[in-house]
Design a protein around this ligand. Structure first.
Ligand code: S3P
Length: 170
């Protein structure tokens, strides 16, 4: 692929592999990687779980949307979004103004295996099971699909294979 002219936004459920694939694409394309959750933690000077506990999910979603608007001014790079980025209706529009949206999918079973030991995902704290993951994924599926320019299934594939599929479709 030629030089990146717009952002690549990676969206998908928690544990879909957004951060892993962002790191690999960053390496392959030699561009900047932007981890939205990490930027929010640095800006707010507190972990995501604490933002949820102290100020609630709606406040976290406000911060996420504002960050998407701010990212429009950054040089083209790989943006790894939080799993709930499609919850706010306006967010896909902000992303489309500065990039292409890649939806990474995985089955609830794969997701569970990848996130089961994590305590840093407030949405799953107390709900760490395949059934809850399946239900929430179903609730969000239409939103991820509507936002996506490209959809790539990640189950059983290496990071290299997933990146090649993404780049072939760009
Ligand atoms: C969330 C996903 C998390 C993080 C926050 C909320 C969600 O990001 O933004 O805990 O609502 O799905 P990851 O997808 O990187 O875990």
């Amino acid at each position: 692929m030629d030089k990146l002219t717009q952002h690549i936004f990676l969206i998908g459920f928690m544990g879909a592999g957004k951060s892993t694939i962002a790191a690999k694409l960053q390496e392959m394309l030699d561009v900047k990687q932007m981890e939205m959750d990490q930027i929010i933690v640095e800006q707010q000077k507190m972990p995501i779980t604490e933002i949820f506990e102290k100020y609630g999910e709606a406040h976290f979603r406000d911060i996420e949307s504002q960050l998407l608007i701010d990212l429009k001014n950054e040089a083209p790079g790989i943006v790894s979004c939080g799993g709930g980025i499609v919850v706010r209706e306006e967010n896909p529009g902000y992303m489309k103004e500065s990039g292409k949206i890649v939806f990474l999918t995985a089955t609830p079973e794969t997701i569970y295996e990848r996130v089961k030991d994590s305590t840093e995902r407030p949405i799953l704290n107390g709900n760490m099971n395949v059934e809850y993951i399946r239900e929430l994924m179903e609730k969000r599926r239409a939103k991820y699909e509507a936002a996506a320019d490209i959809i790539v299934a990640t189950d059983g594939k290496s990071a290299e294979e997933i990146c090649s599929e993404i780049l072939a479709q760009m």
